[in-house]
Design a protein around this ligand. Sequence first.
Ligand code: 0O2
Length: 230
Amino acid sequence: MEVKDITGLESIQELFQEDSLELVDLAVHNYMRLMTYYRCAIKEIETKFNVLNEEFSLQYDRNPINAIKSRLKRPKSIQKKLTMRHLPPTLESIEENLNDVAGIRVVCSFVEDVYALAESLLSQDDIRLLEKKDYIASPKKNGYRSLHLIVEIPIFLAYEKRNMKVEIQLRTIAMDCWADLEHQLRYKKDSDFTEEMDEKLSYCAQLCACLDGQMSDLGAKVGIFNKEGQ
Ligand code: 0O2
């Protein structure tokens, strides 16, 4: 159902008119319902990763997942993205055009775990891959590295099945550390970053990539990636 535009209301009194209240109630209710669907989709994916973590830890005798974080995009960020892309502010538009309302970040121990987990998840028959961006193979210009997947997963409601989109970011501890700090330092901030600062951040990203490489080498040497865990 379409959420009507209520931004034109001039005063709070107008908002509290019987008709307007009904409109606001309906809009809030429908928005909350859609967000509930996204939350359910997040839970489904989280469960899948937790199952994979359990199974991998049995197989390899260690946990490939260090942490799982999830978030629902805030209304303000949703509105900002729709406006920026000149998209209509409707629920249909959110579902159709935004891929990252539901987001999950899976922080892995080794780069190998990132790809192994992604492959296992994508081989599941209820998961449909819509988009893949491999910023590990091809890091962003600023040094950002992560594997991004946009997937569609069904959620089962009382009387219907709905396919929901979820953005999954898989990265190592080192990649997460860099992204987290870089985000605090710069991402979404308006303050100017000098070229020198850019270079420093990019250098730090290279150090993180180097760290991942060294850890993978060590992992391979001690046979951590062997199926038998030897
Ligand atoms: P938030 O609050 O983390 O969700 P799109 O999302 O497809 O419209 P884009 O840029 O094509 O836009 O998507 P992309 O490249 O897949 O990146 C989306 C998300 O990846 C961002 O979400 C960040 O979480 C993360 N990301 C991408 N680039 C960087 C980066 O340079 N540094 C850091 N720290 N994170 C990055 P949001 O919506 O921007 O923010």
